[in-house]
Design a protein around this ligand. Structure first.
Ligand code: ADP
Ligand code: MG
Length: 945
């Protein structure tokens, strides 16, 4: 809105205002128009001037004629008065020659410039006797006595009686009016006035009373005298003439020609052309142009002159030089020019003033108002109430100001929103999630960089404008289009949709295992999609789930293990005691005795029970036992026979052992136990006779099983293993009835069996699990119902080592008692204590039993040398067996002490020996072996002593 500093602050009124410019155009135009008009006027004025000039001449002629007639009528009026006087005197009977004569004399005296006044009476008027009688010439003619009076002014104050011819009644001046009984202007005649012959004309009036002509009154005019009066009349330097109907000049500037006849003919030497003469004789007006004797063009106007009604005897001629005629109009062209220019200038001035007032001033005011507006938006705009265009402009400006303000506001708003939008777009552009804007047909309108890279598209152009489904592989496309259809209603009603889809792939090969889609509907029907690859999250979640499941499983196993272990522990003790007594019975009974065979059966069944308990304890303890570097190949080769013999010969058993398999750290006996369990299960799963069992051993990692890869088999990783660690793979596969997923997941639960009562114990797999876990290995089950099964065990590689002698259990050495030993047995469980008491006593030893360590200590304190050896349980109230032994040894380091523990007590032999015990047994304790050991220890102590 600010003006650039170099722009002129105000448009100069002289240089650039609209008004000035308008005037610069209008004023010359007006002047030009005026000049043009003047030019045309001047040109056309010539004809007008000519016409004017002619009319002017005519007017002049008329004017001269009128003036002269008027003078003449005045003179006639004097006679009129005279005639009326006589008339009234006759009418009233007061007529008297003397009175009339006196009246005429007086009239003549009153008009000294007239030639004379007269009254000539009819013969019988006032009788001759009277005139005669008086003998007065003023009262009657000497001879006839007729009354005829003629007075002639003589100087300004005197009159004289003029001469009246005796036969006057024959002359025109009497005869014409008398006969016509009308007033007459009498043509010039020569008459002696006071003895001097004078060319005269007379104006006469007949005096008639009661239809009787009384006489004629008249006045005379001297042609000569009148000519002198008229000589001064030279209008426009021209000449006037008077000519009567007889063609005689009654006035001519050349007095010599007065009363002469005009000369007639063609050419300048003639006074009248024949045509003129014709008109003159008829007393008709005319106009003619002629060339005078000096060769000048002269215009002649002829107009009739009438002195009274019925008078028509003469024409006035006016001769005017043609130049002279138009002289009065000579300045008219210049006048027109000047007038045009002046009026043009005036109009221009008015125009200037008007334009300034109408346009310039309001515009300037408005310009000022706009300037003010720039600084102050609320300033008021003038002229808005005007009804003309200025008012319109002012109102438009007010509206425009509104528009400007609105525009400024909008611009600010747009800027603000643009900034917000840019920030938002920056956010959208930087977002990790793919954000895509669709039109209602799922055609891409916008895709953020994350979306482009998620699709693997080369650029934005490859995405924008395309249908979303078209950017996906045919398999994905179907699913996505299905999703879009399915979500449509929800999206329309709630404006929002969210779901998680699986296996997605773009045409550019980018794939997602799992993705999360959020759709939101915009008010204009567009759809915003936020797409997030949740593959990793999904995997992590699944792994976490799996881990949780495993932890749960382990907790469960642990719990069950502990429970089972506890039960098995006690049961083991009881069983140990039972078997001990059974052994005593077998010793005591005669082998031929029937009872002997029963007891032998009891012993066999008891041993089987002991095996079971042992299995429970193995699982429960999860003790890896002694681990050593062993060659799994050697272990397998050694176990081959045992495994083979565990299943019927009809079942084919195939060993596939790789050439070189690294050593593992393992307990060989337990490995065999594992193999045995797996093989037995494989065997149990067989359908009908036969079937194959495959046992494989090879260095890891194992390839993905083809059946798993093809989806025919499900896979359950029961014990996860880091495949990155070097390991060997041990597999047992069968072609049996296989497992459902449920069975696969519950496989390792203790006591879980599908084999029905009496057949399955549900302990095989838990034992395998316990052992493998103790070895730090992993385990996977692969199977499908009716499709066989594969158990895979992964064992971490251990260091170099030798093959341990397999199942090299030391044979029970039966040593006959050489001397009677005093043995103190410490056990809180009566069954166990009693069994030991019985067994040891039967070998000839003296046995004492203490039920608590405290009691044992008491007995020992009484006489530390009362016993040769001490046999103690580990778990007892108040004090452990080991602690007791340690105490006893402080007093008698040479005292042989033997400790036995349950499986669940998790003590290993080394620790026990280090703690001071001389020998260590696991329950159930075989009495012979314990006794043998005690005897050996005592012998050694005795020989050492
Ligand atoms: P048991 O053999 O006493 O039933 P196990 O713990 O050894 O107990 O096995 C548990 C269950 O696992 C079996 O009852 C059986 O249903 C299933 N099982 C184990 N191994 C296989 C196998 N190779 N094929 C089919 N089922 C098996
Ligand atoms: Mg089994």
């Amino acid at each position: 809105m600010t003006r650039p500093p170099d722009a002129p602050a105000r448009v100069s009124l002289i240089r650039g205002s609209i008004t000035t410019r308008l005037l610069f155009i209008l004023v010359p135009l007006v002047l030009l128009a005026a000049a043009g008009t003047a030019f045309v006027a001047v040109r056309s004025s010539r004809a007008v001037v000519q016409r004017f000039a002619l009319d002017y001449g005519q007017d002049l002629a008329n004017k001269q004629a009128g003036e002269i007639a008027a003078i003449t009528r005045e003179k006639i009026a004097f006679v009129e008065g005279l005639a009326r006087q006589v008339e009234s005197m006759v009418a009233t009977g007061a007529s008297d020659r003397r009175v009339v004569a006196t009246y005429i004399a007086r009239t003549a005296l009153a008009h000294p410039n007239m030639v004379g006044f007269w009254f000539l009476a009819e013969p019988d008027f006032m009788g001759p006797d009277q005139a005669f009688r008086n003998g007065d010439p003023a009262l009657g003619l000497p001879e006839s006595g007729r009354f005829a009076v003629y007075y002639v002014p003589d100087g300004p104050s005197d009159v004289k009686l003029g001469e009246v011819r005796p036969d006057f009644y024959r002359d025109d001046y009497y005869a014409l009016p008398a006969q016509s009984r009308k007033r007459q202007a009498v043509p010039p005649y020569l008459y002696p006035v006071l003895g001097r012959p004078t060319w005269m004309i007379s104006y006469t009036i007949p005096v008639i009373v009661d239809g009787r002509l009384i006489g004629v009154a008249g006045t005379d005019l001297s042609l000569e005298q009148r000519a002198r009066e008229l000589d001064a009349r030279r209008p426009l330097g021209g000449s006037i003439y008077m000519i009567n109907r007889e063609g005689n000049w009654t006035y001519h500037p050349d007095h010599a020609l007065l009363a002469t006849k005009a000369t007639v003919g063609d050419g300048p030497q003639f006074q009248l052309s024949p045509d003129e003469l014709d008109r003159v004789l008829k007393v008709q007006p005319y106009e003619v142009e002629r060339v005078d004797t000096a060769g000048h063009r002269v215009r002649r106007y002829a107009v009739p002159m009438t002195f009274f009604q019925g008078d028509n005897r003469r024409l006035l001629l006016l001769d005017v030089p043609v130049e002279g005629l138009s002289a009065p109009f000579a300045g008219i062209g210049t006048a027109i020019m000047v007038a045009a220019l002046v009026s043009g200038l005036l109009v221009s001035l008015v125009l200037v003033a008007a334009v300034r007032a109408i346009i310039g001033v309001p515009l300037a005011r408005m310009a000022r108002a706009i300037d003010t507006l720039e600084r102050d938006e609320t300033a008021s705009m003038p002229d808005t109430d005007r009804q003309d265009q200025i008012g319109g402009i002012a109102r438009a400006l007010v509206r425009f100001r509104g528009t400007l303000a609105e525009r400024d506001r909008l611009r600010a708003q747009v800027e603000e929103r643009t900034t917000a939008l840019e920030r938002m777009l920056a956010g959208v552009g930087a977002a990790k999630d793919a954000i895509v804007l669709f039109d209602p047909d799922y055609t891409v309108i916008y895709a953020n960089p994350a979306a482009i890279s998620l699709l693997g598209a080369p650029d934005e152009a490859a995405v924008v404008g395309h249908r979303w489904a078209a950017l996906l592989t045919p398999e994905t496309r179907g699913a996505v289009e299905e999703d879009q259809r399915r979500q449509r209603d929800g999206l329309m009603s709630t404006g929002y949709a969210h779901w998680i889809g699986e296996s997605w792939q773009s045409v550019w090969g980018r794939a997602m295992e799992a993705y999360e889609t959020t759709l939101s509907l915009r008010p204009n029907g567009d759809i915003v999609m936020v797409l997030r690859d949740v593959t990793a999250t999904r995997r992590a979640a699944r792994e976490r789930e799996e881990l949780q499941r495993q932890v749960l499983q382990q907790d469960k196993m642990e719990a069950i293990g502990r429970l089972a272990g506890g039960v098995a522990h006690d049961f083991n003790n009881l069983l140990g005691a039972m078997l001990g007594y059974v052994e005593f019975l077998l010793d005591d009974l005669d082998p031929n005795d029937k009872a002997h065979s029963y007891v032998a059966r009891i012993s066999a069944v008891g041993k089987r029970a002991k095996e079971l308990v042992g299995q429970i304890l193995t699982f429960a303890r999860s003790d890896k036992g002694e681990l050593q570097a062993v060659s799994p190949v050697a272990v397998l080769e050694d176990a081959r026979g045992i495994l083979r013999s565990a299943v019927p010969a009809t079942t084919e058993m195939i060993f596939q052992i790789a050439g070189t398999v690294p050593n593992v750290r393992a307990n060989p006996a337990q490995l065999v136990q594992v193999l045995m369990n797996l093989v037995l299960n494989a065997h149990d799963a067989r359908r009908g006779e036969g079937g194959r069992i495959l046992i494989r051993l090879f260095p890891g990692p194992a390839p993905v099983d083809v059946r798993v890869r093809e989806g025919r088999w499900a896979e359950h990783e029961a014990l996860p293993f880091d495949k990155g660690r070097p390991h060997v793979v041990l597999e047992v596969e069968d072609e049996g009835h296989g497992m459902t997923m449920e069975v696969m997941t519950r496989l390792f639960e203790p006591f879980f069996t599908t084999k029905g009562k009496g057949r399955g114990t549900g302990l095989g797999m838990p034992v395998v699990y316990g052992i493998v876990r103790a070895h730090g290995g992993g385990m996977t089950v692969m199977s499908a119902e009716g499709e066989g099964a594969l158990l895979r065990i992964l064992l971490p590689i251990g260091g170099p080592g030798t093959v341990a002698p397999l199942l090299a259990a030391a044979p029970i050495v039966k040593v006959a008692p050489r001397r009677r030993l005093r043995i103190l047995v410490v056990d809180d469980a009566a069954e166990m204590g009693d069994m030991l008491l019985e067994g040891l006593s039967r070998r000839g030893h003296e046995v004492a039993i203490c039920e608590t360590p405290a009691e044992a200590l008491e007995v020992f304190e009484e006489n530390p040398h009362a016993f040769d050896a001490v046999v103690s349980d580990q778990t007892m109230p108040g004090m452990t067996g080991l602690a007791l032994i340690a105490l006893l040894k402080t007093r008698r380091p040479d005292l042989p002490c033997v400790l036995y523990t349950g499986y669940s007590e998790r003590s290993d032999e080394k620790a026990v020996l280090a703690a001071g015990a001389d020998a260590f047994f696991l329950k159930p304790v075989v009495v012979e072996r314990l006794a043998g050991k005690v005897e050996a220890l005592c012998a050694a102590a005795a020989s050492g002593a």
